[in-house]
Each structure stands twice: as structure tokens, then as C-alpha cells.
Design a protein around this ligand. Sequence first.
Ligand code: U2F
Length: 448
Amino acid sequence: MSTEEKAHLAAFAFPFGSHPTALFHLVQRLAAACPQVHFSYFNIESSNKKVLSRLDTTHSNIKIYHVDDGVPEGHVSSGNPMEFIEFFIKATPANFSKRLEQVEKEMGTKATCLLSDAFLWFSGDMAQERGIPWLAYWAAGPSSISLHLYIHGIRAKLGNDDGQIQNLDQTLDFIPGMSAIRASDLPVEILQINGLFSHMLYNMSDTINRAYVVLNSFDGVDSVVECDLKSKLKRLLNIGPFPLPKALKCTEDQSGCLSWLSHQDAASVAYISFGTILTPPQPELVALAEALEEKQVPYLWSFADNSKRILIQGFFERTGRIGKLVEWAPQTEVLSHPSVGVFVTHCGWNSTLESILGGVPMICMPFFADQMINRRLMENVWRIGVGVQGDFSKSGMVEALDLVLWKDEGNKMRENIGRLKERAYMAVAEKGSSTEDFKSLTTKAKDI
Ligand code: U2F
């Protein structure tokens, strides 16, 4: 048996939102690059089902395992999305360590490397106890992880004893590369550590500098922040942007999005999606729908939440001639289609990258976590997007559509995003910075 054949990388997923899919996709890339290495991917069963339904799973050197989700038997959901996250957190780390030990016994091979979602900070302790490397995948961008590293300084400078921000407009210019970010952009978890989820991220802030941190990002997206991160972390590996177009199974276009787009004028369509976790509240949905209808903007709306779709059912019925409604779109391909002129987005990190790869400017409707930071970067730093004035009002939405689709500002944004797109493609080209960082990552995966 060669040394590489003894290598066994165990990957631990955070099973919510786009996190498990992104981690699985990373495991797939590694499995393709290191065919001799064994990969075991651990996630809760319900999330494994979703991940597998959306991705191609042809690599024979990956095995998928379920871990306990912590949900009590017979539990009836209260409808609060945090409850399943909290059940899961309570079940960690025992659910992962127990299952890993069973798998190691079955395989007869101990894990030689641990790759985890960065949220799962206890993986650092497990790796240390076993004397193996810890690779932590941070599913968002460089600025948001940087804020977590500065958590103590931020809390001391901005918060009062209750963790409340005193001056919402204050910029974070005391952190390298953050002068455009305001206190009001910070996710609640940075300022308050109430609750299991915030506590988990707080623990991560204190352990992450021990990891090889892997980002779905590329050199130059935020040079000052990256440089600072490199000085603070054991190693920063920018291996993105990924997934690149054509990486997903849904390129088959089952929903007919791409063929519908091909009948629309160039740069005329608003593509709308708010990611995998949240549907905006009714007033915001109504404002957006009314603005699209008033301006007769052709739209492609990815809307999975059946219970909320009913809220603007009349709009969908009246505007069926100019729009298309789907439950799930092949987003990467949609954003690379020449008919798409604007992306109305919640500013999730993957959506942001996919829009950059497609060269499509954005209308930003952020809600939580890193999304307000991404909005600020798009609007004030990269100048590739615009926020909605007046608390997501109809008039604010009309103004934003007007600006991006028909005004000169929109063209300027397209030029700016074109430059970022070029840099992104250079990073993933042969000998590009992300390609080189990915090679370093494979070396860690093969190492025993
Ligand atoms: C959380 O964000 P989300 O998972 O809600 O959003 P994104 O990071 O933007 O990822 C959504 C992914 O789902 C895909 C889309 C993205 O890759 O292409 N998708 C699709 O293919 N088709 C559809 O119809 C709709 C979506 C969190 F809320 C954010 O704040 C974080 O930035 C993010 C990453 O940590 O996770």
C-alpha cells in the first residue's frame, strides 16, 4: 500500500443553508484530485438527502455517513428555524466523534486529516488530540471571517455592557480593510453571545487561528483584509471561486429557465433569489412585486417557500406573460446568461461570487449574518451593486431597478464587475493563485 492509499480525510458538515453543499463540493474536488485518498463525509441524514439530490456523486473514493441530528423523537416543529440548529449544536461534538470512531473501525484506517465547516470549532480540538491537521472551510468571504478574529476588539470598542451598539453609523476603521463597514452591518453574533449559535461562533473566533483556513474566494477580492488574515492565521488558502459554471447537476435545466431566458432581450431580466434559508417578509415581497409590475421588468424568480408564495399569488397571475416562477433555478448558469441584467439578492456569499462570475450587477436586500457586510462591499467598495432606499419600499425598488437596468450607473457597475470577473477567472486558471492554493490543500489531504 502506498503512503497516499493510507490517507483518510474526514469531513464534518454544518448541515444548514448552502454550507453542506459547498463542503461536499469541496470534498468532490479533492477526491478528484487525490484518487488514492479515502474521503468520508459526515452530515445529518436530512441534509445528506438534499445535498445528494443536487450534486453529482460519482467519486468512488467518497463515502457518506449520517450523524445524529439531535432532534428528540416525536418532536413537533415550532416553525422557528433556529430550533433545528440548536438541536444539532447540542448533539455536537459527540455525534461526530462517535460516528467517526465507528467508521474508522469499519475501514481499518484512522483519519489522517480533518476538514470541517469552520463553525464546528471543536474539530480543532479533535484534530489536536489525534495529532492530525485541521482544515477549516469558511463558507463566506474574507471580511466576515476577519470580523470574527477581531471580536474582542469590536465588542470592547462598540458595545456597552449589554452588548448593544452605541453608535450604529460608526465605521470599523480600527480594523485593517474595514473602513467602509459600519457598526450597523455587523451580524448579531459578533456583539452578543446569547444563544447556542452565537456561542459556537464565539468559540470559533478563539480557535480558528489554529486551522488551515480554506475560503471560497480569490486573491485580490479584498487585498488589505487578506493580507491581515494571512498574518493572523496559520495559513489562508483562497481556492475559489467555486462552483464554477457547469459544475452542478441541474445544468439539465429541468425547470426550463435557460430556454425561457433565451427568448428574452439582452441584459433585460431581473433574476430574483434569496438563497436557501430565508424568504423576505411580506412587505418586502410586495414592494418588489409592485416595482417589477409597474416597470414591466421581465423576471425569473426562484421561490421555494410555498407558504409565502401565496402572499403575492395575484402578482404572479397578472404578470405570467413577462415572468417565470420556479422553485429552484440552475443559478450559476442563469447568472451567466446574457439575458440577465440584474440579480435581486440577499447577498449570500455564494450568490455574490456567482454574480461576479456571471458579470451581473446586484440589487442588495440583505437580512442577517454576513449579508450586510457583503452589501456594503458591493455598494461602496467594489461598486457592483446598490441597496434599496427607504427600508425596501416600492419606490426604492423602482429606483434601484431603474439605476441598474437603464441608467449609466448600471453600465459602470457592469464594467466594475467585469474587472472582478476577470480576476476571478485568472485565479482559477492554470498557475492562478487559487489553483496553486488548491494544490497546497491537496498536499495536506494526502499527507499522513
Ligand atoms: C447562507 O446563505 P444561503 O445559503 O442562503 O445563500 P448563498 O450563500 O448565496 O448560497 C445559495 C446557493 O444556492 C444556490 C445558489 C448558491 O450556490 O447558486 N441556488 C440555486 O442553485 N438555485 C436556486 O434557485 C437558489 C439558490 C447565509 F445566509 C449567508 O449569509 C452566507 O453568506 C452563506 C455562506 O456562508 O450561507
